[in-house]
Every structure is written in C-alpha cells, then in structure tokens.
Ligand binder design. Structure first.
Ligand SMILES: O=P(O)(O)OC[C@H]1O[C@H](OP(=O)(O)OP(=O)(O)O)[C@H](O)[C@@H]1O
Ligand SMILES: O=c1cc[nH]c(=O)[nH]1
Length: 178
C-alpha cells in the first residue's frame, strides 16, 4: 500500500472527539440514558475518549461497553471456511438505553449492521445511534452515521487507516493507495 496523505493529526482527532461529545449531549438532551459501545479494535479507545470528554462537559461518566462482532460479519464465510465463533456479550444491560455505537471508520456499513444485530440479540435499546471518526463513503447498506468526525470522499481503490495511541502508539488518519 502506498501512502497518499495524512488527513488528521492528533489535534484534529482530539477536536473532532470533543465536538462529537458535545453533539451527543445536545442530540440526547443530556446523557441520562446514554451508553457508549465501542466496536472491536479502534472503536473501543475512541468510545473511552468520548466518555472522558463527556465527563469533562457534564461532570458525569456514561457507561462504556464493547462489541467484538467478528462472528456476525455476513461475509465471514468469505474469509474463512470454518469461522471461529467469538462470544460478544455486553456487560451493561441495554434495555431502554440510548446506545451510541462508536467505530473508527465507516465504509460499506456491514460492520455496523453486524454490530446492530449483536446488540438486538442482547436486549431492546430504545435507540441506537452511530458515531464514527471517519466516514469514507461507499455504503452498501442503508446506514448513515449520526455523528461524524470527518467526511472523507475516497475512491474504492484507497484505504483509510486510523491510528490510535492506545493501540498504534500514535494518533493519525492517513489515506493509502491499495
Ligand atoms: O463499513 P465496513 O465496510 O464494515 O468497514 C468498516 C470497518 O472496517 C474496519 O475494520 P477492519 O475490518 O479493518 O478491522 P480492524 O478495525 O480490526 O482493523 C473499521 O475499523 C471498521 O470497523
Ligand atoms: O478504508 C477502510 C475501509 C474499511 N475499514 C477501514 O478501516 N478502512
């Protein structure tokens, strides 16, 4: 993969996450029923950071949970003949809650659809909303994020790579040519 451009640095990521925190509070008129759920690898530290930002603003922490949706990907069979089925149980009851799914990138929307499937198997949230750091377009399903850090028009021949300190040792978003 060939490097093309850095589109967000650590400051841009931080400002976006702060704005997302404000927007989540505003849209939900507070945080009373809000639960953040990070999707697998990089959605999890992002959900924790949004939680920290909300706490700075509201002086109260919202619950944070996580989903590993590997077994629910509807194209899993394309990746492996005999997929390992991973458990993906939440620790927090979600009935009646406003769940904010958090992920780093939305592309086809298949990961989010799978995450919603996993959520619905575990309870009945009153609402599910979606926050992503980057929306790169090319949706294959009727799914649209409620909160977007940055809209990045891309070609399908490109790849968007988010790096997060907690996992990658640095914060940045770059575009690569496949
Ligand atoms: O909208 P989609 O087409 O489903 O793509 C978006 C997903 O792809 C990436 O995950 P990836 O499968 O690369 O795994 P990773 O996060 O563990 O790197 C990204 O983190 C999203 O979860
Ligand atoms: O470009 C892409 C597509 C899917 N997921 C990513 O993280 N980047």
């Amino acid at each position: 993969m060939e490097f093309k451009a850095k589109i967000m640095d650590n400051k841009a990521i931080d400002r976006s996450l702060m704005r997302l925190a404000h927007e989540i509070i505003e849209r939900n008129r507070g945080i009373e029923k809000v639960v953040l759920v990070g999707i697998k690898s990089r959605g999890i530290p992002l959900a924790n950071r949004i939680c920290d930002k909300i706490a700075l603003i509201e002086n109260q922490r919202v619950p944070v949970d996580q989903l590993d949706i590997t077994m629910y990907r509807d194209d899993l069979t394309l990746k492996s003949d005999r997929p390992e089925v991973k458990e993906s149980a939440l620790n927090i009851p979600i009935d009646g809650k406003t769940i904010i799914l958090v992920d780093d990138v939305i592309y086809t929307g298949r990961t989010v659809r799978a995450a919603m499937d996993a959520l619905m198997q575990q309870g009945r949230p009153s609402q599910i909303q979606l926050a992503v750091l980057v929306d790169r377009g090319h949706r294959e399903l009727p799914i649209r994020p409620d909160f977007v850090g940055k809209n990045v028009p891309t070609s399908s021949k490109e790849n968007v790579k988010v790096k997060i300190v907690e996992i990658d040792g640095m914060d940045e978003v770059c575009i690569y040519q496949k």
